[in-house]
Design a protein around this ligand. Structure first.
Ligand code: HEC
Length: 148
């Protein structure tokens, strides 16, 4: 699962590099959203947005309002994940637990994917793509990186 997202991350990076510096599609001439040439899925777009607009070189979310993120986390996530994000251990079969804060700090692409699109392979984590606005997700993601 995690490896899968790392591969996606790299693929998006390369695709973006090609778009930015390659000569196939001139900059500023991207296909109109919804047009025939617009082949990116909403998953591609959300993941690319993370990689290009939100992550700094250390994998930290840029420009998050942590105060608002805390409130939104409290409203939307705390019920299941706990106030500190430590109610659910994502790696119960491994010796060391992985909680939400650790996941957010060390593997934001996975965190971002799961928050947006949920988890098909496991019960319980629902997609928030249609529930929470993008700018609010940025704040939640930034706040989650501060959790233990
Ligand atoms: C209804 C309960 C519920 C709510 C609400 C909820 N989650 Fe989850 N979440 C889960 C469950 C259950 C899992 C899967 C845990 C497992 O099986 O390892 C999960 C998994 C995740 C994962 C995957 C972590 C990993 O790497 O495996 C992330 C990230 C996550 N949740 C973030 C959030 C965020 C952010 C919110 C609030 C916007 C949220 N969740 C709200 C129940 C919930």
């Amino acid at each position: 699962m995690l490896r899968q997202f790392r591969v996606l991350w790299i693929a998006l990076f390369l695709a973006g590099y090609g778009l930015a510096f390659g000569d196939s599609i001139p900059a500023g001439n991207a296909p109109a959203p919804g047009s025939e040439g617009d082949t990116l899925t909403k998953v591609d777009k959300r993941m690319a947005y993370l990689v290009y607009k939100l992550l700094d070189k250390d994998g930290k979310i840029k420009g998050a309002n942590l105060e608002r993120g805390e409130k939104l986390f409290y409203q939307n996530c705390r019920g299941c994940h706990g106030t500190d994000g430590m109610r659910v251990d994502f790696t119960p079969t491994e010796a060391r637990p992985t909680y939400l804060g650790k996941r957010a700090r060390e593997d934001m692409p996975t965190f971002w994917y799961q928050m947006n699109f949920g988890d098909d392979s496991r019960e319980g984590m629902n997609p928030f793509y249609d529930e929470i606005e993008l700018d609010e997700m940025v704040d939640i993601a930034g706040y989650a990186q501060t959790l233990p």
